[in-house]
Ligand binder design. Structure first.
Ligand SMILES: [Cu+2]
Length: 146
């Protein structure tokens, strides 16, 4: 019994240390997701990220979508195409924009239409330089923008 509580105490300490190490604030601004029409299974989401310390954005998810990906636009012989990337570097103190025409978040398998004026949660997953992973949940507005 004594051993168990000792172990639990040690694990708690380790968890606290890991949390402190990865306590990085990532400021999010100008976040929004594009409204969809009924039957449209995919939506683009956009946001500006500014990390206190150097981290990478390594994943995106939302309860309104089956899957989230980070995309970048690429000029493919005069035609703009997009492809998924594993991570986006967020250098310390620098604002990185995921905006229409550039990098963006793509939500696949929407559970229903995203109606302008509503808000949807978006979970951002980051990895710090030391390898620790942390998540940040934001709530972003749905906007009808051409
Ligand atoms: Cu895309």
């Amino acid at each position: 019994m004594k051993t168990t509580s000792f172990l639990a105490g040690t694990m708690l300490l380790m968890a606290t240390a890991a949390a402190a190490e990865e306590k990085v604030t990532v400021e999010v601004s100008n976040a929004w997701v594009r409204a969809t029409v009924p039957g449209q299974p995919v939506a683009g989401a956009y946001l500006d990220l500014r990390a206190q310390r150097s981290v990478k954005l390594i994943g995106v998810a939302s309860p309104v979508a089956k899957r989230g990906e980070i995309h970048e636009m690429k000029d493919d012989g005069g035609m703009m195409t997009m492809r998924a990337v594993d991570a986006v570097d967020l250098p310390a103190g620098k604002t990185v924009s995921l905006a229409p025409g550039g990098m963006h978040v793509m939500l696949f398998g929407l559970s229903g239409p995203l109606v302008a004026g509503r808000k949807v949660p978006l979970t951002l997953e980051f990895r710090g330089d030391s390898g620790g992973v942390f998540k940040q949940i934001i709530v972003i507005p749905v906007k009808a923008v051409d």
